[in-house]
Design a protein. Structure first.
Length: 98
């Protein structure tokens, strides 16, 4: 599930729960705030579990070597940690049915 899908899912949930229609931009700002908070928490604990929804995990990326075609040299991309959301099976089935 990428960010756009998550924002659309969030908009649908808000509409069902509060009968409030959000624009895509408003929903995206709220989701980004949520992701920032999740990122800070995951950086401390490395994983957050939401029952029947999924897990936010800290994925450690290795450094990579890439080739630059114009100059025919190799560059290294620094390693970084990214936050990844893994859907639970229950959440995925519910998502597919809607």
């Amino acid at each position: 599930m990428n960010t756009r899908e998550f924002v659309n899912y969030y908009r649908r949930l808000r509409k069902e729960r509060d009968n409030e229609e959000l624009t895509f931009q408003e929903a995206r700002e709220e989701v980004e705030t949520f992701f920032d908070l999740i990122g800070d928490i995951v950086a401390m604990d490395e994983e957050i579990k939401f029952k029947n929804k999924g897990n936010f995990i800290l994925q450690k990326r290795k450094k990579k070597k890439i080739g630059v075609f114009n100059s025919k040299e190799t560059k290294e991309i620094e390693p970084k940690d990214t936050v990844k959301f893994v859907q639970s099976k229950v959440f995925k089935k519910k998502q597919d049915n809607n």
